[in-house]
Design a protein around this ligand. Structure first.
Ligand SMILES: [Zn+2]
Length: 479
């Protein structure tokens, strides 16, 4: 990481006369988090994520960025998930030259996910060229692994709870969000005739994450942006865990294989933690557990390091309790050959593989191999966005298309949303309630329309706060 560099201020012509907030993504969807704070003195982008899921959303990744990337002074990054960070290399490719402010944990995980994303973009482009898919010849990647490596050199480390100037007249304070390692809520303090505080929830974790400490309370703010991934749901932890347990027992009894598409960052750790707890308590049989994702394994190493170094983010109860991620028969598949060899494996066994919504990655060949057999089970452990294969499975599709062909779905599909590392409705309200005073306005973002509307309603009804669900590219005044 490097030191912050000061950039020249924008030309007077393009400066707004009052501070503005513009919603450049994560409206009506859980992806593409991008919020622009535009003041008379500086322009800061909070998160710079990829749009994922529906094609109409993904196409936004290829559209011209709504403001000139070179005019943005800095990026403030809440956490390393791609829907918050994955557009940064593209923004840099298109002229952004500022710094990226993030916690150490976010930097460590970004070092894993951003180059991997660049690599996948290159692979996609190469595939499209081989198959002649692309409208463009030759198809170009959105960015490359090299682009991602270069942008990592522009990260600037911030500490939790320590205000830091990120651009002229804008200070950021990062607080623990308890969602994944390094994840933070961010409060921006804007200088001006009236000092204003804008708080961003980022992705908010759950108060009882088994590995991470809970989210820090919300400090006083004039404007709050709150995520609403599960704004319309209540996680039923006990029932969910029972469903997880009984699905494993049932599948093991019939000699099947359990495939768990898992987000590489954090979710794999949570799944392994629960598998270890259940195995040690004798509630599930001791099974071979394959973790088949280089990115998940790299992340696992980062989490283990955080535990070993007594990171301030880690739940103190885990200290000195051994490796919380080893259920007993953990097999780490790194090489492609090791991954392919699992296809011949007979059950019972558990395969954890990325990606979490089955949009790509090694989990595809496991699903293609295991879905047609009714003895097997697929356990979905996180949010499944519209337009993803994970969502199709959840919705009961009889066949899903992957690797160029339709695969019959005969395996049992089990949903365990409580393993989500997103707060549910009550937990989101709980975080908002932790504020010492009501903000002027609360914007409900980062949710599909039904979820955002539901959270909007309870914020107005239960808290008596003024709330709004912003539209894509909507702009509001912050003065
Ligand atoms: Zn996230």
């Amino acid at each position: 990481m490097r030191r912050a560099t000061r950039r020249s201020e924008p030309s007077p012509k393009t400066r707004p006369t009052v501070p503005l907030l513009r919603f450049l993504g994560a409206t009506g969807t859980v992806t593409g988090s991008r919020f622009l704070v535009d003041t008379p003195r500086a322009r800061v982008l909070v998160d710079c994520g990829l749009f994922q899921g529906l094609k109409a959303l993904r196409e936004r990744n290829w559209a011209t960025f709504p403001v000139e990337p070179a005019s943005i002074d800095a990026i403030v990054l809440t956490h390393a998930h791609l829907d918050h960070s994955g557009y940064i290399p593209a923004l840099a490719r298109n002229g952004f030259v500022g710094s990226i402010f993030a916690t150490d944990g976010t930097y460590e995980l970004s070092r894993i996910v951003l180059p991997d994303s660049g690599h996948l973009q290159e692979e996609d482009a190469a595939y499209a060229n081989r198959k002649g898919y692309s409208k463009h010849t030759p198809a170009l990647p959105l960015y490359t692994e090299d682009d991602a490596q270069r942008v990592l050199q522009r990260f600037v480390a911030v500490r939790f709870e320590t205000p830091q100037e990120v651009a002229p007249g804008i200070r950021a304070t990062f607080r623990r969000a308890g969602h994944i390692l390094g994840s933070s809520t961010v409060a921006l303090e804007l200088d001006g005739t009236r000092r204003r505080w804008i708080a961003f929830s980022g992705d908010l974790g759950r108060p009882h994450h088994p590995i991470l400490r809970p989210p820090a309370p919300l400090a006083a703010a004039d404007v709050v942006l709150v995520e609403s991934t599960y704004g319309d749901r209540h996680h039923e932890d006990v029932e969910s865990l029972q469903r997880f347990e009984s699905a494993i027992v049932r599948t093991a009894e019939r000699g099947g294989v359990i495939v768990i598409p898992s987000f590489a960052v954090d979710r794999t750790e949570v799944v392994l933690y629960h598998l270890r707890q259940l195995t040690r308590a004798g509630r599930i049989p001791s099974l071979d557990v394959y973790v088949d994702s280089p990115m998940a394994l790299a992340t696992l190493a980062t989490y283990r390091r955080a535990l070993d170094t007594d990171s301030e983010e880690v739940n103190p109860a885990l200290r000195g309790a051994g490796d919380p991620f080893d259920p007993g028969r953990l097999i780490e598949a790194r090489q492609v050959e090791e991954s392919m060899a699992i296809n011949a494996r007979r059950g019972p066994a558990i395969i954890i593989s990325a990606s979490g919504m089955a949009t790509g990655g090694r989990v595809l060949h496991h699903l293609a191999n295991r879905l047609p057999d009714e003895r097997n089970t697929v356990i979905l452990v996180g949010f499944q966005a519209e337009g993803t294969r994970g969502r199709s499975l959840l919705d009961g599709a009889r066949a899903v298309k992957m690797l160029g062909r339709y695969v019959a779905v005969r395996a049992e599909i089990v949903n365990v949303p409580a393993f989500s590392v997103h707060a549910d409705q009550d937990e989101l309200l709980g975080w908002l309630r932790s504020a010492p005073r009501a903000p002027d306005t609360t914007f409900v973002i980062h949710g599909e329309p039904g979820a955002a509307a539901a959270l909007h309603t309870v914020i107005e009804k239960d808290l008596g706060w003024t709330a709004a669900v912003p539209r894509y590219l909507e702009q509001v005044r912050l003065d």
